[in-house]
Design a protein. Structure first.
Length: 60
């Protein structure tokens, strides 16, 4: 499994490529792949496991 840092670097590289290309279809492809990588990073974010008071609802 790739690390969070690796995925972030790859997404940043894809965004740079998207900025430099003049082909809008290629740029859109780079942006889509960067968004996929960001979603993978977001899925790896640690969940908040801090204790909550009994009267506090869990955020949805």
């Amino acid at each position: 499994m790739a690390s969070r840092e690796y995925l972030t670097r790859q997404a940043a590289t894809l965004l740079k490529f998207a900025k430099t290309t003049t082909d809008t279809n290629v740029a859109a492809g780079f942006l889509e792949k960067a968004a996929d990588l960001k979603n993978q990073v977001d899925e790896r974010e640690p969940r908040d496991r801090s204790p909550r008071a009994p009267d506090v609802e869990n955020p949805a």
